[in-house]
Design a protein around this ligand. Structure first.
Ligand SMILES: N[C@@H](CCC(=O)N[C@@H](CS)C(=O)NCC(=O)O)C(=O)O
Length: 262
């Protein structure tokens, strides 16, 4: 299964592959050890990891997690990611040469940064700077953008209070980011996993209805990161089945928007 390929392309995948947590393809450069398994669906959280893997040139096998069909609740996936969310990885060449599984995109970015020594400095002050902005993304930009998108695009009824609440939050958050980028090229000075964590949602901001026109530094940062070849390749990792998900389908909505403790 493992082979190396340059830029991932959109390819037709078989029906079986769409929902059975099977590897479809390797989108990887570099070589050597067994590829990292990436459990993935093409969303802003998934792109954090494809971007990092591409930036680091690490070989990986992409395993689609069809979240609209409930793959995230399959026991074999929950064993890796108990929060029933992708992304997750299995590194067969983990600490001590043994496999390790990791869920939560922030933890995955930190692990890959430590493993490769890339985009995650060792110097304590520089590292703390990266971690502050990485956790800022995990606790602010990511979840709030998700809720803003949900109430704007997916809620069964239009709830102006929720739309305004999360719309304001997104405006506040991009304001914070804009101020931070006023006197530095990247969030922690040099390009790091903190920037990688932010790219997915920020690249979709305008499409999701958040006006970035007042945030010139964010727009400059976005143009810079989107021009990086590794970012382009990471954002281009597609899953054919994702193009066919109908968010109005009651079955899809039941899987994604009706979750309670199991
Ligand atoms: N904090 C998690 C969030 C991951 C997350 O929300 N993933 C979504 C897709 S973007 C998911 O897997 N959803 C499946 C579901 O809602 O059941 C991370 O950063 O890894």
């Amino acid at each position: 299964m493992a082979r190396t390929a340059a830029t991932p392309t959109r390819k037709k995948s078989s029906r079986k592959e769409r929902s059975s947590l099977r590897p479809t393809k390797v989108a990887a450069r570099g070589g050597g050890k067994k590829p990292i398994d990436l459990y993935y669906w093409p969303t802003p959280n998934g792109w954090k990891v494809t971007i990092m893997l591409e930036e680091c040139g690490l070989p990986y096998t992409m395993i689609p997690v069809a979240i609209s069909k409930g793959d995230q609740f399959k026991p074999q996936f929950l064993a890796i990611s108990p929060n029933n969310r992708m992304p997750a990885i299995v590194d067969h060449d983990g600490p001590g040469g043994k496999p390790i599984s990791i869920f939560e995109s922030g933890a995955i970015l930190q692990y890959l940064g430590r493993k490769t020594g890339k985009f995650y400095p060792k110097d304590e002050r520089a590292r703390v700077d990266v971690e502050q902005w990485l956790f800022w993304q995990m606790a602010n930009l990511g979840p709030k953008a998700g809720e803003a998108n949900h109430f704007r695009n997916y809620a069964a009824e239009r709830l102006p209070y929720a739309i305004e609440r999360f719309g304001n939050e997104m405006n506040r958050i991009y304001g914070v980011m804009n101020r931070r980028l006023q006197d530095r090229e990247f969030l922690a000075g040099k390009y790091s996993i903190a920037d990688i964590a932010c790219i997915g949602w920020a690249s979709r901001a305008e499409r999701h209805g958040h006006d970035l026109s007042a945030f010139a530094n964010v727009r400059r940062w976005l143009a810079t990161v989107l021009a990086r070849p590794g970012v382009k390749r990471g954002l281009a990792v597609k899953v054919e089945a994702a193009f066919h998900v109908d968010m109005k389908d009651p079955n899809v909505r039941a899987v994604l928007f009706n979750q309670r403790a199991r």
